[in-house]
Design a protein around this ligand. Sequence first.
Ligand SMILES: [Zn+2]
Length: 83
Amino acid sequence: MDKKYTECNRCGKVINYGNAYVSITRNVEQANFDLATNSEEIEVIDSNEIIALCGSCGNLFNADTIANIINGIPTDSSKHINN
Ligand SMILES: [Zn+2]
C-alpha cells in the first residue's frame, strides 16, 4: 500500500514512504574528534529542510550546481533584494 509522505516542492508529485527523494537541508553542525577511539564524529545541532524534491526534479541539481548557486548569494546583507 502506498502511503503519502510528502509532495515534491517543485512539481507537486506525491512522494510516498519508501520512495527515494532529494532533500536539501541547512544543518548547524559541530565536528568533534574522540582521542579514545581515534575517530571523528559530526554532531547535528539543528537541521531544517529547505526543499524536498522527487527523483526527477532532484536529479536536475547536483551538488556542484547547488554550491555555485549558494556561492552566488551575497554575504553582505545590504545587497539582498527585499521583495
Ligand atoms: Zn518533482
